[in-house]
Structures are given as C-alpha cells and as structure tokens.
Design a protein. Structure first.
Lengths: 206, 667, 248
C-alpha cells in the first residue's frame, strides 16, 4: 500500500503541475498535454504502470480492509475510536472509495474520450485541442461541485496516507517531525490547488 | 522419614560446588531423551530451569496457572539482581557476597548453599546479557551497578525499576525457544492439584485445566516445584492475586518437609490500605527512605483530627511531630533495617497515632529533603537561598529526578501529590524466606521431587537482602538444579515412560475430584474471600511483625476453627467442569488455612527473635531482636502427620565453618 | 458512588454472549477498577449468581494479565495504566460503564471478560529469543560494550507487558506494536543481530497465521499502550522486514 501510495503521490504531483499550467498559459498546457498523450514512453510504458499502480492500490485497499474486518469477528458494543486515533486514519476506506468513484468519473470525462479519439476513431492529431476540452468540462457547476468534494476527500486520504507511507516503509526518525509537516501541507495544498484550477476555469467561463 | 541429610559435599567451602559437579552422576545425551521432567511454575526459577533442562535434552512439561508463563510474579520485582562481578572495582568478591547474605539472613541459612549462590551469581549476568536482557549501561557502553541496602559495595545490576520483568522475559524467551523446538510442552492455565508418589518416588502430578475444569494425569521421572512464596497467607501482600502455596503444600502433605514457615519479610514502605475493599498492596522502593523522614503526630488528638480530615499534615507544627525512628534510633534514624522500621511503624499505629482513614499509615515526608536540596541548588546557581518559593521549586526538581516514577505511581494510586503533602506508607508482607526443605541438590525429602526459587528455604535464612531473590531464582534454575537433578535421574534411565494408570494416580485423582466436588456442593453462606480475609487478619495481627506466645496460641486455635468453618460454610458457585475462578481460589485458600496454622506453630516454637521473626519475649532492653544461637541455630523442618497441629519437628543443625556467628549490629 | 455496569457475559467459548446490566453502589473512589469488580462479584455470589470471570494477577500494572475494554477503550479512559491501576475516581457518581473483553479473532473469549491470548506466546515461540544455551561459560557480560542510547531504546521496547491492549484497541486488531516491540529489542542489541533475518520473517509469518489484522498506522495502539511503547518500533520492524525480504 505504502509504495503504491507514494507512487501515486508522485503521479498526483506531476498531474497537478500540468493542470496548473492551464491557469498560467494555455499554450504550455496544450504542449504538455500533447506530449503526455502522444509520447510512446508515456503512453505505452508509464500509463500501464500508472494503471497498475491505481488498480493495485485500491484492490489491495479492499483486500486489507476485508482482512482487517475479519480480524475482529465479534464487534464491540462500545468502541471509542476517536479517543486515540483521528478520523482520517480510521476512514481511509471511505475516503478511498470516494476518490475511486471520482476516478471513474474522471476516466469517463477525460481518459475514455481521449482513448476513443486516439485509438478507436483514430482522428487526426490536434496539439491545441486540450485546453478547449478542459474549459468545456468545467462549465457545469454540478461537475465542479463533485470535483471539489472529491478533492476534499483526497485531502483527507492524503492527510493520513502520505505520512503513513513513510512509517510503513520504516522511516521514523528525528526527521519524521519535519516530514510530517511537509506531508500535511502537501495533503492540503495539492487538492486545494486542483479545486482552485477547477473553480478558476468554471468562473472564467462566464 | 529418617534423619535429615542435607548431603553437603565434603571439602573446603570454596571447592564444594566444583568438586560436587565433577563427581555426581550424569545422564548421557541419548538417555536424556528418555526422561521426562515436570516443572510447576514459570517465575525466574521455573522458567530458567525448564529452559535449561530442555536444552540439556530432557523432555520437559511445564505448568503455570496464568494465561502465559511470562506473567509469573517474578515480573514485578523492581530493584535489581546481585552478582559478585566486581565491575566497579570496589573490592567485591564471591566471599563478600556470601558473607553479606549469611549475615543479612541473621545466621539462619545453610553455608554451603549460600556460597554456591554467590559463586554462580556472576554467570547469571553473563547468561542474561547473552540472551539480550537490556540491563542499564553507562555512557561507555558497559553495565551499570547500583548500591543496595545492607552492603558496602555496588553489585546490583538493574534495568530501571523493572529488573524482574526483564530477567523473566529473558528466561521466558529461552523457554519459548524450547517450546518452539517441542522440547518443552507448556501447559498454561493449569494448576497442579497434587503430587503422585509411586514406590516412595515422585512420579507425576494431577493437574487441573482451569479452562475446562478437566483433571489430567501427568507422569514424569522427576517433579520440580517452582511455585514461589506463600505471602498471600496474609491476604494482603505485595504478591500477585494468584500467588499461592498449594503446590508446595501438596508436596508437604505427600512427605516433603516444610522449613521455617514463620520466616517472612515485611517491607516497611508500601502504599497503605485504603479500605476494606483493598485486594493487594503496592511496594514503594526502599530507596525513598534515603531522603524521606518518617513521622506521626505527637498528640493523639492531632492524629484523630488528621484521620477525620480536619487537619492537614502540613499544618502541624514541627514540635507536634514525632519522628519516632530518629527518636528511637538516633544513630541510624530513618535508615534502620527493614524489620526494625516495620515494627516501629506498627507500634505507633497500634498506639493510635496512625494517619489515614484506617489508622494504619505513617508519614514519609520529603519537605526537609526538598528544602535541603533546594538550598544547595540555589547556592550552586547563585540564586537567593532565602527565597522559599525558589528553594522549593529547585528542591522538587531534584526529588523528581531521583524518584519521579515512584512519586507518579503514588499519585495514581492515592490521588495526592507527594511533592506537596507527605506520603503515607505502611509495612506489608512481600517475601517468604521459609519454604520447602531441600538438601544441597535442591531435592526435597521426597526422592525425585525438587523445590527451587522462593518455594524452597535454603539461601536467605531469617531475612533476605535486597536484590537477592532474583539472584537465587535464576541460580537455582539455570545453574544448580539442571546439574544436580542428573545425579538422581541417572538411576532412572531404564525406567521407561511413567504409566499414569497406576493405582497411585487413580487414588490421587479421585481425592482431588472429591475435594473439588465437596467445595461446589457445600453451598454455604460465605464466599472464599470472606475466609481468606479473616485468615489474613489473624495472620497479620498475631503472626505479623511482632509475635508473642499468647497471640500465637490464639492464632493456632482461631485458624483451626476458621478452617473447620470454611469446610462447613464456604460458598463456591458454579461447577467443577468450567472456568471457575472461585473454585480455583477455594483450593488455594484451603491450603493457606493449613499452612497458616503450621506458620503459627513454627513461630511459637522458635522463642528467639531473628531476622524477620520477632518474638516480643526475646528482645534486648532497647527493643532490639535477640537471637538465641545456643538453642536455635537450626532449620525447623516440619513433617506432615495428618494435620498441621501434629506436624513433627526435625532439626537440621546449621554449622558455620567459614563464618564467625556474631550479633547482627547496625550501630 | 453509585454506578451502572454493563458487562459482557458469555458462559464459555462457544456460547453466545450478551451485555448484562448490574447496578452497583458503595463504590469508593479510592478503589481500583478491579476492586470494584471484586465488590460486584461478592454481591453476585451472595445472590447465588455466577460471578464475572476476568483475568488479573499482579494488580500493579506489570504482569499484563488484566484486559478489560472499558467505555470503548482498552484499559479504560486513563492513559499509561492497566485496568488494575485504573481508579474509580476517574468516573463520576451515577455513570454507566460498559465493560467488554478485549476483542479480536486471535483472542477468543474463554468466559465473560477472560480471553485467550496464547497467540502472543506462539509469535514469540516463532523467533522471540536469542539462540543461546545455558552454560555458565558464555562470554563476559562486559565483553561487548553497547551504546547507551541503543541499550535504553532496547529497554523501552522490552518493557512491553504483552497485555494485548494494542490489538484490542486497533480498529484492525493488528498486533504490530506487540511484535515490533520484541523485534526491536533484539534488533537494537548486538546479541540479537545474528538471527535478525530469520527472527523478523518467522515472527511476522506467525503473526499473520494467527489472524491478526494489518497495520494502517492509526496510532491508536501507542496511545492506549499502558507502557507507552512507541510507533518507532513498528517502523523499525518494517525496516527489518524489508531488509530481511530482500536478503531472502
């Protein structure tokens, strides 16, 4: 979980950087997007790895959750989880499911049309279409709302998950306190940034 | 039973053990595989013996009543373990440790056993370090030592205040290795109910599975009892709730002599009883007496006002306080030996000066120490030595650094801040020097039955020195018994597996079943605890810190009556075929009710005062214990004859060849 | 004090249990929690009912035998204490207190509040030791100096009392804190390094076989541990395990 999680954090970071360019410069955004969408290494090596990472992360998440539930077959009648652990750490499966559902929507919105464009209908290359598509997607306030909510859950997921990954790979020493601050900041700022991008485009559309 | 033979080897004291080891019979590795040994108890002695016997190749079956061997009460020992390593270069030696132990025991222990103990003590530390026991170390990475009461060298190894825990976990890990290899078969939640003797030899036990209630027969070529002491005969003690005398008492009833039952150590600094519901007492390290001053109010009316909560101890003027130890023992003051401090506290409380609700507590006051340290610190730091607030703050910091964890523990239990108000303390039972009589090989008077650790009597005489109990438990289990048991077992290599369908096993199991059934069928009106508490009261009041003929005679009579009442009116709910804690407890209390009587009888017989045994009739004009070496330089070994009152006394004379017997003086 | 107790009653391992309510009065705030249970049992015995079975022994917080889940927390609301050190002054007059056994698949209930924690023993039997025989001829205890810092950390890990509060309190019923404390103690000492690879692999395998859950780093174990065993030990065990896995 930890390793796939850390990998996904890296992916999330690059995704964020590319998206951010859409706010700064549509041209840069288009060129990055074109590169990501048509570079063979990205498409045929990194993309499958990413998909494997995502699938592995959530399948393992469900498997572990099932194992963990089985490990306590008789439940407590009174269990005060909040007394000793925070909400995020106790509800990773919930925040994970929300993020996963969002991924479904996200695939439907971007990845499926993209695959359709490139590999099914094999339409001609158009290096400047990405920005327009993006703007188009953020017109609906409902979609933006769902988008924002999902990122709130991603933040909750990351607030525990990011720092927890380091503990899982055995990193716990005098630098851990500093690292904690970094991971918490990351967990808040990156999702917030995504929400900002969405709102920015949504509001600029009018 | 014939005359007692301690089987002490010939030759000079310092060579006895080496020569003995070289000359006793051994069992070959191939034959060890054919031999079964039962060990009852998994404290330091039982766990270390089980592990070592299994390493040697014997098939070991180990029993404990707890849910895991790691829970045995050795785990609660705090201070440390002595060993004559002389790492501090302060002149320690095997002889010095031997001498201190004999003297500390008030010249009532067996010289050869104690010398051997001192001899193997250094090996214990090596062994434990090799096992990964995390002893305290200094900045150079070497082992640290601390100093303990009654000796002039630093020979105590420790692991903070949890030395017993670390040593026990070490022995438990050694056991685990053998359990994993299948050489030890571990029976958790099993209680030994009786010893089975066939043709005069110990050949097995009847055990009860405490979860299912099922009785089981276990055969073996030898049985080792490592079931600890019997302090719980007093109901309230620092022992664990489950600590009991039953295993030792059952073998006593089967023919093992019980030695010096009246030798009990009462520790002066325990947290006092808070009410009738109290189930157990907690020790506060003796080291507190270095800085604390012990006192009670001078006037009865002040004591009464304090008990009723109308007066605070801090409000009492200096001249209205009675620092009774400093008054009575100006030379040693608050640092008098344990037994003296305990008796003095009882005397004041009996006279009505006790300071808690139950009237059984005295103050241990750190105010003077806080002020002294505070002034010292203020001076060092160049602050105003006359500013009370600064001095108090600095002083409290020093005290916190020295005793912080103890103060915190006290606050948790009593809910008072001992930095602000004096601690309340009272003596409590915590160790029994007496126990099953054993010879030099640690074999009881039943061939093939051994007793080790606190369960036997051999090394501490009439009083045990601090940090010596852990040493003895591990010495017996790691280094003594595994050698000496071979001498006996070498005759058993052709015996074959011990059958458990013999008439002896049959009869023993039936007797156990009958007793258990009788308990659940009595359906009386009083709970088991009712009797245990009553017994404890009698023991504490009449066989406690000071004893006299009249009280002891009354005790014998009252315990006998209580025992008869117990069998008539005890109420044990539930059945014999389930997890039934009350039933298990009933069996243990039944044995305490017999032991208590023998205890009083032994105390009555020994009209001298020695170590923890103080007879009011035998004291100096100043109230000090007065030994009678002419009449009592012997071990009282009692042979069971149907009931405690009829027990027959055998005397093992103690001969001191290396040591000159002197009056134990602390002045 | 007057209290209402809701206690888990279960006749044996196979019976189904339920919460039973008992009113109790004459509870003194100075009593320990287990002394309060003694009072309840005395009352039940007098009434001819079956007393509540619970595990306990030393009653000074070191043997690790007591194991109650009180008001939704292992060893109750106080911190750094076992049930036997919890005092009634932590509760208020008129409180309702729920008392359940430590629950985990690997800790089956024996009766009422007593559970079977022998899984912990089996984990230790799988590798929680240094393979050294008793001989009296091992090398001198001071032959290998040990960094005081490491020795102290090993000691801190070794203070685990094996009570199972970590498992009981973990939402996943994971035993990682317990196992890691033992692995850490040996990993930090030169005596334990020789067998480090096998030890961590064997102990973790046994832990999984016993049916404990997985660690998701909620940190609840560290908070509820009566001895304050640090999460640092879990990280150390993870390192040990990864290294051992790579070594094979």
């Amino acid at each position: 979980m930890a390793l796939s999680g850390l990998f996904l954090v890296v992916f999330l970071t690059q995704h964020f950087v590319i998206n951010m360019t859409s706010v700064i410069s549509p041209a840069t955004f288009n060129s990055f997007s074109h590169f990501m969408g048509n570079n063979a290494v990205v498409q045929f090596l990194l993309q499958p790895i990413l998909i494997f990472g995502v699938v592995f992360h959530f399948v393992m998440g469900f498997v572990l959750e099932l194992q963990n539930r089985k490990a306590r077959n008789a439940k407590y009648t009174n269990y005060k989880g909040s007394a000793n652990a925070n909400w995020m750490s106790r509800n990773m499966i919930l925040s994970g499911i929300v993020v996963l559902s969002f991924l479904g929507l996200h695939f439907y919105d971007f990845w499926v049309p993209e695959m359709n464009y490139k590999y099914v209908e094999v339409l001609p290359l158009d290096p400047d279409r990405y920005y327009e598509e993006l703007i188009h997607k953020f017109e609906s306030p409902v979609r933006v709302g769902i988008y924002a909510l999902s990122f709130v859950f991603l933040a909750l997921h990351l607030l525990h998950g990011f720092s927890s990954s380091f503990q899982s790979v055995g990193f716990n020493n005098k630098y851990s306190k500093g690292l904690q601050v970094f991971t918490k900041a990351f967990a808040l700022l990156i999702p917030l940034g995504f929400v900002f991008i969405a709102l920015y485009h949504h509001l600029n559309a009018f | 039973m014939g005359k007692l033979d301690a089987k002490i080897p010939q030759g000079p004291l310092s060579e006895k053990w080496t020569n003995h080891k070289s000359n006793i019979n051994l069992v070959s590795p191939a034959n060890k595989r054919l031999i079964d040994v039962i060990v009852v108890g998994t404290g330091l002695a039982g766990a270390s013996a089980s592990a070592t016997l299994a390493e040697l190749g014997y098939n070991v079956k180990t029993f404990c009543f707890q849910d895991s061997p790691r829970r045995a009460h050795s785990i609660a020992a705090q201070g440390g373990i002595n060993a004559a390593k002389n790492y501090q270069g302060d002149g320690d030696s095997t002889y010095r440790l031997f001498y201190d132990t004999i003297k500390g025991g008030d010249y009532r222990s067996r010289e050869a056993n104690v010398y051997r103990l001192a001899e193997v003590s250094a090996n214990i530390i090596d062994q434990c370090v090799a096992q990964g026991v995390p002893f305290a170390r200094d900045y150079g990475g070497l082992l640290d030592n601390r100093s303990f009461g009654g000796v002039l060298v630093s020979r105590t190894f420790y692991a903070k205040g949890q030395t017993g825990q670390q040593l026990l976990l070490g022995a438990y890990s050694a056991m685990n290795r053998q359990i994993g290899r299948g050489k030890i078969k571990m029976y958790n939640r099993h209680e030994m109910m009786d010893l089975v003797v066939v043709d005069g030899k110990a050949r097995g036990i009847i055990a009860r599975n405490l979860v299912t209630g099922k009785l089981e027969r276990h055969g073996a070529h030898a049985v080792v009892i490592a079931s600890g002491g019997y302090g719980n005969v007093f109901f309230l003690s620092t022992n664990a709730m489950g600590s009991n005398v039953s295993a030792a008492w059952k073998i006593h009833k089967r023919g093992a002599h019980f030695a010096n039952p009246c030798f009990t150590q009462i520790h002066p600094t325990c947290i006092p009883v808070s009410g009738d519901h109290q189930s157990k007492l907690t020790l506060m390290s003796e080291s507190l007496r270095n800085d604390g001053r012990i006192w009670v109010p001078k006037k009865l009316e002040d004591a009464k006002a304090i008990r009723e909560g109308k007066l605070k101890p801090t409000e009492l003027a200096e001249e209205d306080r009675d620092y009774y130890l400093e008054r009575r023992y100006p030379a040693f003051g608050n640092l008098v030996p344990r037994d003296v401090a305990s008796r003095a506290a009882k005397e004041r409380c009996d006279a009505g000066f006790g300071v808690n609700k139950t009237g059984e507590a005295v103050y241990l006051d750190f105010a003077a120490a806080i002020e002294r340290y505070g002034k010292e610190q203020a001076h060092v730091k160049g602050l105003d030595e006359n500013d009370a607030a600064t001095v108090k703050k600095l002083g409290q910091e020093v005290i916190r650094a020295k005793y912080g964890n103890l103060f915190q523990m006290y606050e948790k239990i009593v809910d008072q801040n001992p930095y602000e108000t004096p601690m309340m303390i009272y003596p409590a039972v915590h160790y029994t020097m007496g126990g099953v009589w054993v010879d030099y090989n640690l074999m009881t008077s039943i061939p093939g039955c051994y007793a080790i650790g606190e369960a036997n009597f051999s090394d501490h005489g009439a009083n045990r020195l601090g940090a010596s109990a852990l040493m003895q438990g591990l010495a017996d289990g790691y280094f003594v018994l595994p050698y000496t048991i071979g001498d006996y077992l070498s005759n058993d290599i052709r015996t074959g597996t011990i059958a458990t369908d013999s008439p002896e096993f049959e009869a023993a199991e039936k007797a156990v079943a009958d007793q258990l059934n009788a308990f659940v069928n009595t359906k009386g009106k009083n709970s088991v605890d009712y009797y245990h508490k009553k017994l404890g009261k009698i023991m504490w009041n009449k066989c406690g810190m000071s004893r006299n003929a009249k009280g002891l005679k009354e005790a014998i009579k009252e315990i006998k009556e209580l025992r008869e009442d117990f069998y008539k009116y005890v109420n044990v709910p539930g059945s014999t075929t389930e997890f039934n804690e009350q039933l298990a407890k009933a069996g243990r209390v039944a044995d305490f009710l017999e032991l208590g009587e023998l205890f009083a009888k032994d105390a009555l017989e020994r009209t001298e005062s020695c170590g923890g045994h103080f007879r009011e009739e035998s004291q100096t004009p100043e109230g000090e214990a007065l030994r009678d070496d002419k009449k009592f330089t012997f071990v009282s070994a009692w042979e069971y004859q149907g009931e405690p009152a009829k027990a027959k006394l055998h005397k093992e004379d103690l001969k001191y060849e290396e040591i000159e017997v002197k009056t134990r003086s602390y002045k | 004090m007057k209290l209402t107790l809701k206690v888990w009653r279960q006749a044996n391992a196979t019976a189904s249990g339920k919460m039973v309510t008992y009113p109790i009065d004459e509870v003194s705030p100075d009593m320990s929690f287990l002394e309060m249970m003694d009072v309840l049992n005395e009352q039940l015995i007098q009434k001819g009912e079956d007393p509540v079975a619970f595990d306990h022994d030393c009653r000074e917080g070191i043997c690790g035998m007591c194991s109650m889940f009180i008001n939704g927390e292992a060893h109750g609301p106080d911190r750094l204490v076992t049930t036997c050190q919890l005092h009634m002054r932590k509760f208020k007059d008129g409180d309702t207190i729920t008392i359940e056994p430590f629950r985990a698949k690997a800790f089956p209930v024996i009766k009422d509040l007593a559970v079977d924690r022998s899984a912990f023993d089996r984990i230790q039997q799988a590798g929680g030791f240094v393979s050294i025989n008793t001989s009296g001829n091992t090398q001198d205890a001071n032959a290998i100096p040990i960094d005081k810092h490491d020795a102290d950390k090993a000691f801190d890990a070794a203070t685990c009392i094996g009570c199972g509060a970590c498992v009981a309190t973990c939402k996943n019923a994971s035993a990682m804190l317990f196992v890691s404390a033992k692995v850490s103690q040996y990993a930090l000492l030169p005596q334990g390094k020789v067998e480090a690879t096998d030890r961590v692999m064997n102990m973790v395998t046994q832990m999984d076989e016993e049916g404990f859950g997985n660690c998701t780093n909620t940190g609840a174990c560290e908070v509820e541990c009566p001895k304050g065993i640090s999460l640092e030990n879990i990280a150390r065990m993870n390192r040990e395990y990864l290294t051992a896995s790579v070594k094979g």
